[in-house]
Design a protein around this ligand. Structure first.
Ligand SMILES: *[C@@H]1O[C@H](CO)[C@@H](O)[C@H](O)[C@H]1NC(C)=O
Ligand SMILES: *[C@@H]1O[C@H](CO)[C@@H](O)[C@H](O)[C@H]1NC(C)=O
Length: 406
């Protein structure tokens, strides 16, 4: 059980407690800067997010005063290895600021430039794609002579040596020996033994997509492995000859596996989004919303196809809160007046359905006097200068919105 960090600067440090609530993936010091990348787990072992914490030991960094702290890293749903500014803090504005693109996403920021030590912390509520990347912290300030000074440190979190497939082998081996033991030691109920074997096949499914995943997954696997090991040793020691206890343990593993699978699915969906074509929202009700970056003459079939290529479909506004979320999103992104949805009454005037599911449009409040059903106004858009929903000619210029279930 070890994590490997590849960095010119960093000592390898890996902490893994048997009952994991918090795993430190990387902790590095350079010129008085501490940059920590850690993963949080809730008491049930479910991943509950990631923390990047940069703090400055001003004495060690030879800084008399810290003026700015900046954290760089991969954007949460980004692809590629470029480092972009995620958050910054300075003595003038005092409160920490997130990069625009991160506003409204699942990350919060905290920090204090005048505390001792000054620090800047980003906390993701959900696991991010970020573990494979580098993070950088840059601190600008003044030395004792009042001269401007800057120090920085970079941490590269590289899961290669403890990679997913490798870990998966360990889980599989443990699982199959567990399965054998279950057969030997207990006269198991059908229920328990079928659970063990179904867990086995689900791990195989996960393994099949293993090569794409990152270090965060590795830590989750570590904790699953740990739990398997615990059960194994319980069985070994015959502490629990009680089938019910074992069933309970397996149930817990099953739940964790479920959230693990969900998390993996979400990661793959996020990786599949065409970021060159779309701006991407934060997560709302288990979904992401994509807004085309450029406006063009709407073609409902083609737009839906592009949505599909990114794992979704033209947006389906199922209720008023969802409409509000999407309205606020496009109103923030702007760059067009018309934002096309999937709703249309092309087939039957006045009878709006969604392009993808063919489900009828629910009752929503349209902007004043709409839909006016004027000739050929068959597609539903969000029209910013109307402040709401409108029916409009389906071939007009605008951006379009997709919905991607995670
Ligand atoms: C970040 O680092 C600072 C300074 O070491 C510490 O006070 C703070 O508790 C840390 N925050 C988190 C979330 O780890
Ligand atoms: C296992 O349990 C079944 C019924 O639950 C019983 O018929 C069988 O004899 C048991 N086998 C052993 C080896 O105890």
């Amino acid at each position: 059980m070890r994590f490997s960090l590849e960095s010119a600067f960093c000592p390898t440090l890996a902490v893994l407690a048997a009952l994991i609530t918090f795993i430190t993936i990387a902790e590095c010091g350079r010129a008085g800067i501490n940059l920590e990348v850690s993963s949080n787990f809730d008491p049930n072992g479910r991943p509950s997010g990631q923390v990047i914490n940069c703090s400055v030991d001003t004495a060690a960094a030879d800084l008399d005063k810290v003026a700015t702290l900046e954290v760089f890293g991969p954007r949460p749903y980004g692809i590629g290895n470029g480092l972009e500014e995620l958050a910054r803090l300075d003595i003038w504005s005092k409160s920490p600021e997130l990069a625009d693109e991160l506003e409204g996403s699942d990350v919060s920021v905290d920090g204090d430039v005048s505390s001792s030590p000054p620090y800047l912390t980003l906390t993701w509520r959900l696991p991010t794609l970020a573990a494979r990347h580098a993070y950088k912290c840059v601190v600008n300030g003044y030395d004792r002579d009042g001269k401007a000074a800057s120090v920085s440190t970079t941490v590269q979190v590289d899961p290669a040596n403890g990679g997913c497939c490798h870990k998966m082998d360990a889980v599989q081996t443990t699982l199959s020996s567990l399965s054998d033991m279950v057969g030997d030691v207990f006269n198991m109920t059908e229920d328990v033994s079928s659970k063990v074997s179904s867990l086995g096949s689900r791990f195989e499914d996960v393994e099949a997509s293993c090569s794409n995943v990152d270090g965060q997954v590795t830590t989750q696997l570590q904790s699953l492995t740990t739990q398997f090991e615990e059960i194994k040793s319980q069985i070994n020691q015959k502490i629990s000859s009680d089938v019910q206890t074992l069933t309970g343990n397996l149930k817990e593993i099953e739940d964790r596996l479920k959230s693990f699978e969900q998390d993996m699915r979400s990661r793959f969906v996020m990786l599949g989004i065409d970021r060159a074509r779309f701006d991407v929202s934060g997560i709302y009700q288990g979904r992401l919303y994509l807004v085309s970056k450029t406006q063009e003459a709407f073609n409902i079939a083609r737009a839906n196809e592009y949505c599909k290529q990114s794992g979704g479909y033209l947006v389906e506004l199922d209720d008023t809160p969802e409409y509000q979320f999407v309205f606020n999103l496009v109103n923030k992104i702007r760059g067009a007046n018309s934002f096309w949805t999937g709703a249309n009454d092309i087939d039957r005037e006045g009878h709006f359905v969604f392009y993808n599911s063919k489900k009828p449009l629910p009752t929503l409040t349209w902007s004043g006097g709409q839909p006016d059903g004027l000739r050929d106004e068959d597609c539903m858009e969000i029209r910013l200068n109307f402040g709401g929903l409108n029916d409009w000619l389906c071939n007009q210029v605008g951006k379009y919105v997709c919905e991607v279930p995670l």
